[in-house]
Design a binder for this molecule. Structure first.
Ligand SMILES: Nc1ncnc2c1ncn2[C@@H]1O[C@H](COP(=O)(O)OP(=O)(O)O)[C@@H](O)[C@H]1O
Ligand SMILES: [Mg+2]
Length: 217
C-alpha cells in the first residue's frame, strides 16, 4: 500500500466534515475522489497530503506513520514523498519553468547541477524542452499544468495528490493532462489521488471514491 488512511475524522467549528474515512491506495493506482461541492474532498486531500492534521485517525504513507512525525520531520517527509498539483498551478511567478521544477529538489538537498539535470529530463519527457526558461505567465494553461506535474515528480514521490487539476483547462488540454497521468501510471507506476469534477477522468480512473455526508459511499 502506498497510502492507508484509517478512520479519519475532521470537524470545523464543531461541524463534522469527515466522519471516519477509511482508504487504501496501492502503487500505480489512480483513484478519483468525487462528491458534491462542500462534501469535504479538499479537506480530505489536505489531510492525506499532511498539509492538515485530522482530529483523529491514522495515516500511513509509503510505510511511514504520519502521526508520529513532528512538524519539521513532516515538512521534510511531505517534500520528499508527496507531489501536489492544484487547480491553479501555484508556480512562483518570478521563476522560470526550470527553476520552479527544481525547488522541491533543492529543499531535499540536491545540488544545482543534480536538480537541473532531473528537471531537464522531466521537461523533455513532458514535451516542454523549449519552455525551460519561460516564466509561468509566458506559458499556456496546459503548459503551466505540465510544469506543475514536473515539479510534483522531481523527488520521485510515493504519491501525487491533485485537487481539480484540470478544473481550469479547456477540454483538449484537460484530456491531454489526464492522458499524462495515465502514461505516468503505466510507465513509472506513479500513484495518484485526484479530486475531480471531470466525469471522463473519474470514469477511466482505477477507482472512484465518492464522498457524501462525511463518509465514503
Ligand atoms: N479551514 C476551514 N475552516 C472552516 N471551515 C472549513 C475550512 N475548510 C473547509 N471548511 C468547510 O468544510 C466543508 C468542506 O470543504 P471542502 O473540503 O473544501 O469541500 P470540497 O472540496 O468537497 O468542495 C465546507 O463546508 C467548508 O466550508
Ligand atoms: Mg475542493
Amino acid at each position: 500500500m502506498m497510502l492507508k488512511a484509517n478512520n479519519i475524522q475532521k470537524s470545523y467549528e464543531e461541524l463534522p466534515i469527515l466522519k471516519g474515512i477509511n482508504l487504501e491506495v496501492g502503487k500505480g493506482e489512480i483513484a478519483s475522489i468525487v462528491g458534491a461541492s462542500g462534501a469535504g474532498k479538499s479537506t480530505l486531500l489536505h489531510i492525506l497530503g499532511t498539509l492538515d492534521r485530522p482530529d483523529s485517525g491514522d495515516l500511513v504513507i509509503n510505510g511511514i506513520s504520519i502521526n508520529n512525525l513532528n512538524e519539521k520531520a513532516l515538512s521534510a517527509f511531505r517534500n520528499e514523498h508527496i507531489g501536489f498539483i492544484f487547480q491553479f498551478h501555484h508556480l512562483l511567478p518570478e521563476f522560470t519553468a526550470l527553476e520552479n521544477i527544481c525547488i522541491p529538489a533543492f529543499i531535499k538537498g540536491l545540488s544545482k547541477n543534480e536538480a537541473e539535470m532531473k528537471a531537464h529530463e522531466l521537461l523533455e519527457m513532458l514535451g516542454l524542452r523549449h519552455r525551460a526558461n519561460h516564466k509561468p505567465t509566458e506559458l499556456s494553461g496546459g503548459e503551466q499544468q505540465r510544469v506543475s506535474v514536473a515539479r510534483a515528480l522531481i523527488n520521485n514521490p510515493a504519491i501525487i495528490l491533485a485537487d481539480e487539476p484540470s478544473g481550469n483547462l479547456d477540454t483538449e488540454n484537460a484530456t491531454s493532462l489526464h492522458n499524462l497521468f495515465f502514461n505516468l501510471r503505466d510507465t513509472i507506476k506513479q500513484t495518484f489521488i485526484i479530486v475531480t469534477h471531470n466525469e471522463g477522468l473519474a470514469n477511466i480512473s482505477d477507482r472512484i471514491i465518492n464522498i457524501k455526508d462525511g463518509l465514503i459511499i
